[in-house]
Design a protein around this ligand. Sequence first.
Ligand SMILES: [Zn+2]
Ligand SMILES: [Zn+2]
Length: 235
Amino acid sequence: MSNCTICRRTTDTGLHACPRHATELRLWLAELPGQARLLSQFLTPTSAPATGRLGGTGRATAPIPVDLRVLTLLGPGHPDANHPDDDGTVPIRAFLGGWAGYIAYTHPAVTRDPHGTTHIHPCEQAWPREGETITGWCTWLNRYLPYALTQPWIGDLHRQLGDLNARILDLTHATPHTHDRAAPCPQCGTFDLVAIDGQADILCKTCGHQLDPQAYEQYAAAYLHSHQTATDTAA
Ligand SMILES: [Zn+2]
Ligand SMILES: [Zn+2]
């Protein structure tokens, strides 16, 4: 037994995040690359401010050519969470890379030397297969999430990733790319199943249950059929 470090709910999985919060992390990591692409369109303000009319003061304020908050988020930089920029904005790529580096360092790697002796030591570095891009880091972090969920600092990752996500949504005004599914979750019964853009599986936001699309279609058809039959019988 352990407690979710985010909502304090007791979990019987031994993990430090409950299924709902583990799923939330997975969703944020899945959505971040798309959100970052969207964010890049906000780098340059779409409409330049009207040329300042020289009024009584005789001065016109020059427009800032780029949105500095977006520039910081998409730019390089250091993932120093203790000393973020004045307004708390950290570059996305550096933030993700910093967490990946931390996770890799705490993750035990098992190697065997030529004499057959097993050594356990921390991984030295995180190597994202898709390169050190936002997408590459998100894929890497998703792959290591099962390990990260066993660690008490998962609450810190959740809080910081949630803050970052909120900051980006605040700039793009985009809604997350999830689509509700009609049938309830076969595992927990809530109507919280969603499809996520760019991801094959259907996911339950409450319990984290995953279904491949084909399995969902079969299950949903059976569910709707039994529902329909029940309605017909009642009528
Ligand atoms: Zn929780
Ligand atoms: Zn569920």
